[in-house]
Design a protein around this ligand. Structure first.
Ligand SMILES: [Zn+2]
Length: 269
């Protein structure tokens, strides 16, 4: 038995918290207590570290440089994109630095839809690599994947879960007893059946109460927990009414909010 390490780079919603604005320009906190450092959340992303030390980066959001340097992560071995919304892709250009550190094109996994959208928005990235071996822009070794598959990444078998994200589909990931289900509003039976017997369920929970068109709220997450009975549930992609202290005081046993910089482990057979 060994274990995988999960580093939470960012646990906020698409605007982060605080978002730009506020009376003094220092940020709009909504219902979040500015005095609680764990309410300062960057855009959602994690790193999964395999027992052999290789690292899989999940999404390349706009805060990527500060996230990796803050978490003291010196190298990434592969990237997977959950979907192509800006909060998950806007830091894509930083991959050129990750290319230099790896010394090779970056193995990267995405659905055909996500690759198509990345090519539309970052067309320069997908032109022929004419400066080899130097990396003046990101260079990917592209792998096209789809929900339902189990794909080997950094030596780990990663099961890909199709998730309803409102106006699009996102990919959830499962590795052993760990699952990362960000950017999801509904899970169908096929998805739920892939999330049984979890040790660690990391799940989108954007808001405490009002239903949102593209993200789960707390009652939905608690209904999934009731059904799936994971050993431990950790909330991510949290919006401006998901105050850390309120959540710690009010969530049921076994459910807790993540925070930027949190490190967790999951046993891996
Ligand atoms: Zn998102």
């Amino acid at each position: 038995m060994s274990r995988i390490k999960i580093v939470f780079l960012g646990t906020g919603g698409s605007s982060g918290s605080p978002q730009i604005g506020g009376a003094d320009g220092g940020g709009e906190w909504g219902a979040l207590d500015p005095a609680e450092p764990r309410n300062r959340r960057s855009r959602p992303s994690i790193v999964i570290e395999a027992p052999d030390g290789r690292r899989l980066l999940v999404d390349t959001g706009p805060d990527l440089r500060l996230q990796l340097t803050g978490a003291k992560i010196p190298k990434i071995d592969a990237v997977i994109y959950t979907h192509s919304h800006a909060d998950h892709i806007a830091g894509l250009d930083e991959v050129r630095i990750l290319n230099r550190l790896l010394g090779a094109p970056m193995p990267a996994y995405a659905t055909v839809q996500t690759w198509t959208e990345l090519q539309d928005r970052f067309d320069y990235v997908f032109k022929p690599w004419t400066t080899a071996p130097a990396f003046f822009r990101p260079v990917f070794e592209q792998y096209t994947v789809q929900a339902g598959q189990t794909v080997e990444m950094i030596g780990l078998p990663v099961r890909l879960i199709g998730q309803d994200h409102g106006f699009t589909i996102s990919l959830g990931l499962r590795v052993g007893g760990f699952a990362y289900c960000t950017d999801v509003v509904r899970l169908d039976e096929a998805a739920l059946s892939m999330l049984e017997n979890l040790d660690l369920f990391v799940v989108d929970c954007f808001t405490r109460d009002v239903p949102h068109p593209t993200h789960a709220n707390l009652p939905q997450v608690l209904a999934w927990v009731e059904r799936l009975r994971p050993k431990r549930t950790v909330l991510t992609h949290m919006g401006p009414n998901m105050d850390y202290a309120w959540l710690r005081a009010n969530l049921p046993a076994g459910v807790e909010p993540a925070f930027d910089g949190l490190v967790l482990y999951s046993e891996f057979p």
